[in-house]
Design a protein around this ligand. Sequence first.
Ligand code: C5P
Length: 239
Amino acid sequence: MKTHPTFGVVLPAAGSGTRFGSGDKLLMDLAGQTVLERSLALFVSRENVQKIVIVTSPDRFEPYRRQLPAMIASERLAFVAGGRERWESVLFGLRHLAQLKNPPTFVAVHDAARPLTPPSVIDQAFRTTESHGAALPCVAEPATLKKTAPDNSVSETVDRRGLFQAQTPQCFGLAKLLSGYETLLAAGQIADVTDDAQVFERIGERVIITPGDSLNMKITTAGDLALARAIFTHGSAPA
Ligand code: C5P
């Protein structure tokens, strides 16, 4: 019997990785461990994490599974086939969690390509989810933002006050997030959804912003991997 509310974790990892170039970025070495191992390690040691679902293409199940047995008991890990877009991959992961005999109360959706998330970012997102129902780690937009005209000239500077970059893990009540996804899917309003907080926004549910961190980068390009390696090598990455 569950005594505390638990979290399921969905790691969407079914992207094609075309912006990365050749090779599977999740299997790249990051100071002695793969990117995927490091992303998993962020959640494995948390005792309120009941289940971790890796959503990816079935041909990656075995290569991913092969490198993980030492760090995670198999009953805490599941592999689910991904979809054509991120939203579809997340939806498949949520459906998997919801049909478990004892579904977790909450779900954290975390990009598998974010291996550097400081534990404090996850702690605060989890705590806020337990108290307020949903949490979105964000950092205030640091850049000066420009809009361009069709001729590639600058047309306008955008006021960055009140603008934030959304990160992950994004956390919600599992039943509410899944029902939001299913509602938007049935209404034909899901195709342009690029993160999970957007689902809550569209169904009129509140999402609380929690502190993100500039270290919580997503590895998209080969340059991002080089940067992530430098961060680990120079010892300022989270333990
Ligand atoms: O493409 P983007 O960088 O926004 O992808 C964010 C995350 O969503 C990545 O971890 C990627 O693997 C995942 N994704 C997915 N299924 C897709 C497309 C992206 O799980 N069809």
